[in-house]
Design a protein around this ligand. Structure first.
Ligand SMILES: Nc1ncnc2c1ncn2[C@@H]1O[C@H](COP(=O)(O)OP(=O)(O)OP(=O)(O)O)[C@@H](O)[C@H]1O
Length: 235
């Protein structure tokens, strides 16, 4: 198998004095689609935040895209984040500019200069998320599901190897939630590692992937429980 893009060994994650997760052991690879499930407050978001350097790792060995997350310097975190696609509630679209300008803003901030190349890349990502004709719209002229597609388009602009999505279907109706998950699933099939948190168990059956459950300060691989084979055995 390929080298792991994320490798955690005996990792501990704290929120202030509270130990949220310990004994975290993970190896996540290119092209995998990974769900993080677990009750409210079980540590899913905290784990995702350690992947992009928003929350420090307290102990263990933690490697993300070759960066040692225990010893990473603050000044290297922006470099790491440029290699990740982040779909989080805290990273909303800028409301004072159009979809196109939101996307152009990110490309320019990450070093793109050529106007033609910028235009081509924006059309590609808008096409990928099925929003080709919406570039001229302002975010508040789009539905929640459409905005989420644009957030995903923004996350994939620089072809990241890893996409982190925190409850990307949280505020959406069931059907739109399925469509967004299908989109993320297809992005993983094209080669990215996609990691998403969810409370919607239906998605796990519809779009199978690796499943980790956070509970009692531990994270466990429970993929088997959500495989088609195990559901047939149960019947
Ligand atoms: N900024 C913070 N400061 C202090 N404690 C925090 C902070 N953020 C989260 N926590 C605590 O850390 C624990 C794990 O929270 P986390 O947000 O990772 O859970 P979660 O599984 O993502 O929950 P949800 O399903 O509600 O999103 C909780 O006990 C929470 O209260």
């Amino acid at each position: 198998m390929d080298e792991a893009l994320i490798r955690y060994k005996d990792v501990e994650i704290h929120q202030q004095e509270l130990c949220v997760l310990n004994d975290v052991n993970l190896e996540l690879h290119k092209g995998e689609f990974v769900y993080l499930i677990g009750k409210v407050g079980s540590g899913k978001t905290s784990l995702l935040k350690t992947f992009y350097g928003e929350l420090d790792v307290a102990a263990g060995d933690a490697e993300v895209l070759g960066y040692d997350m225990l010893h990473i310097k603050r000044k290297h975190i922006p470099q790491l984040r440029r290699k990740l696609g982040i779909v989080f509630q805290d990273f909303q679209l800028l409301t004072d500019r159009t979809v196109y300008d939101n996307l152009e803003f990110v490309l320019r901030a990450t070093g793109w200069k050529n106007k033609g190349e910028i235009k081509d890349r924006i059309s590609e990502v808008l096409q990928l998320v099925g929003m080709s004709n919406k570039g001229y719209k302002y975010p508040n002229e789009l539905s929640g599901g459409e905005q989420q597609r644009i957030v995903i388009a923004r996350a994939v602009l620089n072809s990241p190897e890893v996409i982190l999505a925190d409850e990307p279907t949280g505020n959406l109706d069931v059907e739109t939630g399925f469509a967004i998950t299908q989109l993320l699933h297809s992005i993983s099939e094209a080669g990215s590692l996609v990691i998403m948190t969810t409370h919607n168990m239906q998605l796990l059956w519809e779009y199978p992937g690796r499943v980790y459950r956070c509970a009692d300060h531990l994270i466990t691989d429970v993929t088997e429980q959500y495989s088609v084979a195990s559901s047939i055995e149960e019947k």
